[in-house]
Write a protein that binds this ligand. Structure first.
Ligand code: SAT
Ligand code: MN
Length: 582
């Protein structure tokens, strides 16, 4: 097979010339194709079949134990000018990077099949969507891309119509951490990845395309590619407001996107609709509002901690047609991970007999891959070609102290500062130390494909005459008390905070103004039935002026790190707040 697009055929031929596969397979995305690939992977051990009674068509993949997360130190943005990648990225000269990669790719697919995956990020017929082609030698990547993107024949037809696409080349190589690179060439709309089969490193439509390359493209085209979930909140009057929320990896985006409101809210008629759990592309619409699509078609979520208590919607979508990566298994072949309220693991994620003393049953970054349509809170708005209008943008990190439960930014510029200043404790989603607080602007530190200074300026540029921009908020579900216990219950109860935000959007709720932002008074939040100690609530909703003074000084140093590229308006906003706190 080949395509009607000469540039695509030529590229596929040149990759085959370099990598020397035994066979080339163009993916059509059909069920029959998937069935053949699953059979192949069951035979070669890439997949293990899980209990067909409890989990029909579910499979387990055990990765190489040294290939379990994104590798930020091996991820590069290769622009011709180093300053265009910025201090927020690792940089390599494009020529040098191509040289390194070509040497790795040379003959790397001998004895393997090369799969050509045409994919579309976003609804096939949406003007907001963008397409790509991933070439890979991993059938596991094909099976995951089939769930995570609109993949195969319809995507190829759109690519042939558009005439352009992002080129992604991936080989698992030897899965050797010392021969591993994730390279981005934004000026060429190209991605090259070698030596890892893990999600963010290998499913190139996800972080590599839909965030790093797309953020670069979005800047030149006047839109935003963000690390955000998209959730619809329907009030008892039947009006739905959409919220986009940025949190770093493994900070609860999937749980928030699939939230089930507390009992009282459900009784009153509140409903929650999931549009996306990880990535959000936002374009200004003709009416001045921002319209968002979820470029993905599935969820690649963190399994550990997902339970009937924390995310019943996720549990309900994981009992059929799902791929599990690096979870444990019970004696009767059901997937198992830490946080589950029933079942007992028999084997751990490496296939060893489970022994608590050796380690957890599931790897802390174990994942599930599942179609978005299987989620009980799925809405067909996820297929809306125009996207959904965004009423509020939320920035949230994992901060044990200082940052209150919620506050509202005064205006867009202040909101951009709040996003830029975001910090969070690191998680197991990337290799390296866990629990270290680092700045993670808009939760995009690992994903912005260009200089953060330019990125902040791009964000500020949306505030222009006629724009009807969303209100911006910051939240922190992760405050801890002196004993290290979480102060806010989180999960479904986060609905209470969302309600306050949406009432701010419609002008129905009060707030106290502080230099840091506008906060609810304890009485503005519905805490009915929570049994929360009033002193704890007061603490969650107060500003520690001395702590914030110090924080503002750190933010100033951080912004200065982008030198000339940091917009003056952002520095001025920070200076204004610092002065008010002094
Ligand atoms: O990068 S992944 O998509 O593998 C997961 C994450 O870090 O959000
Ligand atoms: Mn993510």
């Amino acid at each position: 097979m080949s395509s009607k697009l000469a540039s695509l055929n030529d590229w596929v031929a040149s990759v085959a010339q370099l990598t020397q596969p035994d066979a080339i397979h163009w993916c059509d995305g059909s069920d029959a194709e998937n069935a053949r690939l699953v059979e192949l992977m069951l035979a070669n051990g890439d997949l293990l079949k899980l209990n067909g009674q409890t989990h029909p068509d579910c499979y387990l993949h055990r990765s190489s134990p040294t290939d379990v997360a994104r590798v930020e130190h091996l991820t590069f943005v290769c622009t011709s000018q180093p300053a265009d990648a910025g201090p927020n990225n690792n940089w390599m000269a494009p020529d040098e990077a191509h040289g390194e990669m070509d040497a790795l790719y040379k003959g790397c697919m001998r004895g393997r099949t090369m799969y050509v995956i045409p994919y579309c990020m976003g609804p096939i017929d949406s003007p907001l969507s963008r397409c790509g082609v991933e070439i890979t030698d991993s059938p596991y990547v094909v099976a995951n891309m089939r769930i995570m993107t609109r993949m195969g024949a319809p995507a190829l037809a759109r690519i042939e119509r558009d005439g352009s696409f992002v080129r992604g080349l991936h080989s698992i190589g030897e899965l050797d951490p010392d021969r591993r690179f994730i390279m981005h060439f934004p000026e060429e709309l190209m991605i090259q990845s070698y030596g890892s089969g893990y999600g963010g490193n290998a499913l190139l439509g996800k972080k590599c395309h839909a965030l790093r390359i797309a953020s670069y493209q979005a800047r030149t085209e006047g839109w935003l590619a963000e690390h955000m979930l998209i959730v619809g909140i329907e009030n008892p009057q039947g009006e739905t407001h959409y919220v986009a929320a940025a949190f770093p990896s493994a900070c609860g985006k999937t749980n928030l996107a699939m939230l089930i409101p507390p009992e009282g809210y459900r009784r009153d008629g509140w409903k929650v609709w999931t549009v996306g759990d990880d990535i959000c592309w936002m374009h200004p619409g003709a009416d001045g509002r921002l319209y968002a699509i979820n470029p993905e078609a599935g969820y690649f979520g963190v399994a550990p901690g997902t339970s009937e208590k924390t995310n019943p919607n996720a549990m309900a979508m994981l009992n059929r047609d799902a791929i599990f990566t690096n979870v444990g298994v019970t004696a009767d072949g059901q997937p198992w991970w830490e946080g589950m309220t029933s079942g007992t693991p028999a084997q751990d994620w490496q296939g060893r007999p489970y022994d608590k003393a050796v380690g957890p049953a599931a790897h802390p970054n174990a994942r599930f891959t599942v179609s978005a349509k299987q989620c009980p809170s799925y809405t067909d708005k996820a297929e809306d070609a125009q996207g959904v209008p965004i009423s509020a943008i939320v920035f949230g990190g994992r901060r044990a102290s200082l940052v209150p439960l919620v506050f509202e930014a005064r205006d867009w510029t202040h909101g951009v500062l709040v996003g830029a200043a975001m910090a969070s404790e690191t998680t197991a989603a990337a290799t390296g130390a866990v629990g270290v607080v680092r700045r993670d602007s808009m939760a995009m530190k690992p994903f912005a494909g260009y200089n953060f200074g330019d990125y902040f300026a791009h964000w500020l540029s949306f505030d222009k005459p006629g724009a009807k921009l969303p209100k911006i908020f910051q939240v922190n579900w992760f405050r801890k008390d002196a004993k290290g216990k979480f102060m806010w219950p989180g999960f479904g109860d986060n609905m209470r905070v969302l309600e306050w935000m949406l009432k701010r959007v419609t002008g129905q709720a009060g707030a106290v103004e502080t230099p840091v932002g506008n906060l609810p008074e304890p009485g503005d939040l519905n805490t009915e039935g929570l049994g929360l100690d009033p002193a704890v609530l007061q603490e969650l909703l107060s500003i520690d002026r001395a702590g914030w003074k110090e924080e503002m000084a750190h933010i100033g140093e951080y912004l200065d790190g982008f030198g000339e590229r940091t917009p003056a308006a952002l520095k001025a906003e920070r200076a204004k707040i610092a002065a008010q706190l002094a």
